[in-house]
Design a protein around this ligand. Structure first.
Ligand SMILES: Nc1nc2c(ncn2[C@@H]2O[C@H](COP(=O)(O)OP(=O)(O)OP(=O)(O)O)[C@@H](O)[C@H]2O)c(=O)[nH]1
Ligand SMILES: [Mg+2]
Length: 442
């Protein structure tokens, strides 16, 4: 996924970071390379131009903070611009409440992944507690209805179908049926064509008029790059789409469609298809994709989030504590609480470059964290600040107070001691953020 483009960006960034100062010329050179990279990735030309101009503007005007590595500053500018291009914030489906009907209409060219995505969406929404039904409104391709029925069965969602050639009528009947059977989410799979044609547009327009979808989603095949983008735009102009799902993103090394879609159509990317299995549908997060494209993990947002949650002087104090070995169980507890503020463990692991391979998420047991937190909360302040006083009888009391066993208390104290030692080392060597996180046991 995005291998080729992220490799190029990694090379460009390696070049520019590592420089202690950057000149206009360095920026020009890096920007030129970025331009070539984006064009090679099949990003829309106008999008590239705008992106490059804004980047130059910001990079030249930017007051590079003394404390911050200028190369990093440049990377941050490129990252921020890319996030903006990808749509800034995550946009979820706009569905109505469970007591009313929400229609989701899927459209796109032949083979773009409409049928597969319909079933994936049905599964996702079912898991979220909605009552979805799939409607087979592709009556053009002979095996289309059967395909949807098979997928529907696989995800355990009913499929509405009729022996008919009139897709508009099928949809009308499906709506009545759904109301009667109290399905609240109606997902309509429509026919694709090899090219845009009037008959297809007219049919979809009619289906849209009678079903009044809350979401009209264009399924764009990531592999087709710019042509997917041009066609999405056409669909938006003629029918009006509310969002895009980018399918086959798992096979996309270039990322051109992902980068251009939002800015060319004006409509957000809502999901990405990342495989052929029914579970292979992921929410589209502009920040995560930007980081993947730039080949840097979510490191920028990790740093930002860390800054948000840890006040600067607090962070300094923590560093001091780590170095001087005064890091206490109370600090350890506060780390847990901070981690929680930063989001889930999985989200944090996603952000740390290299962590995915090196840290096994299953080792980071959220239940374990809760347990450890309960244990520390059962200690007195004196114990939290000086863990050495926690002898056998205190351990027994703490275990009782936290609803755990003495074994758990012992385990936590051992882990804490080990963490302290590692932190001391890390703080001294000012190693990578990932190491720090690792030593914190997260
Ligand atoms: N790797 C990968 N394959 C996908 C993805 N989405 C769909 N496919 C595959 O793409 C092919 C076409 O998918 P369909 O869902 O049949 O596409 P469609 O748009 O309904 O096609 P028509 O109904 O013929 O217009 C199938 O082989 C799918 O398994 C995806 O996200 N990743
Ligand atoms: Mg289909």
């Amino acid at each position: 996924m995005l291998d080729r483009i992220s490799q190029k960006f990694t090379d460009i960034f390696r070049n520019i970071s590592g420089k202690s100062t950057i000149s206009e010329k360095n920026i020009r050179e890096a920007v030129d390379e970025i331009k070539i990279t984006l064009l090679e990735a099949d990003v829309n030309l106008r999008v590239v131009r705008r992106f490059i101009n804004r980047t130059i503007e910001e990079a030249s005007g930017e007051k590079v903070l003394k404390a911050v590595d200028p190369g990093q500053q440049f990377v941050k500018i490129v990252y921020d611009r890319l996030v903006a291009l990808l749509g800034d914030e995550r946009k979820d489906l706009n569905l109505k409440g469970p007591d009313t009907h929400s229609v989701i209409l899927l459209m796109g060219l032949q083979g773009s992944g409409k049928t597969t995505t319909s079933a994936k969406l049905a599964l996702k929404l079912k898991k979220e507690g909605r009552r979805p039904i799939l409607v087979a409104a592709d009556l053009v391709r002979p095996a289309a209805v059967k395909q949807l029925q098979i997928l529907g069965e696989q995800v355990g969602v009913e499929v509405y179908s009729e022996e008919s050639k009139d897709a508009v009528r099928v949809v009308k009947n499906a709506l009545a049926y759904s109301k009667k059977k109290s399905f609240n989410t109606i997902i309509i799979d429509t026919a694709g064509r090899l090219h845009l044609d009037d008959a297809m547009m007219k049919e979809i327009k009619k289906i849209s008029d009678i079903s009044k979808p809350v979401e009209t989603l264009f399924i764009a095949d990531a592999m087709t790059g710019q042509s997917a983008v041009t066609i999405a735009k056409e669909f938006h102009e003629r029918i009006g789409i509310s969002g895009v799902i980018l399918s086959k993103f798992d096979s996309d090394a270039r990322g051109g469609a992902a980068i251009s879609l939002k800015s060319v159509t004006g409509q957000p990317l809502k999901f990405i298809g990342v495989g052929e299995k029914m579970e292979d549908l992921e929410p589209f997060y502009p920040e995560r994709i930007a980081s993947r494209i730039l080949g840097m993990g979510d490191v920028v947002s990790l740093v930002e989030k860390a800054q948000e949650t840890i006040e600067t002087d607090e962070a300094e104090k923590l560093q001091e504590k780590m170095k001087s070995s005064t890091f206490s169980l109370q600090d350890y507890l506060e780390q847990f609480q901070r981690v929680r503020k930063m989001g889930s463990i999985d989200a944090i692991l996603d952000m740390i470059p290299g962590a995915k391979g090196n840290i096994d998420p299953s080792e980071i047991d959220q239940e374990e964290m809760k347990k450890e937190e309960a244990i520390i909360l059962s200690m007195t302040m004196k114990e939290r600040y000086n863990h050495r006083i926690i002898g056998p009888s205190r351990r027994k009391r703490i275990a009782r107070g936290s609803g755990t066993a003495v074994f758990d208390v012992n385990k936590l104290l051992k882990k804490f001691e080990k963490t302290r030692l590692m932190m001391k080392k890390v703080a001294k060597s000012k190693k990578h953020q990932a190491n720090l996180m690792k030593s914190l046991g997260i």
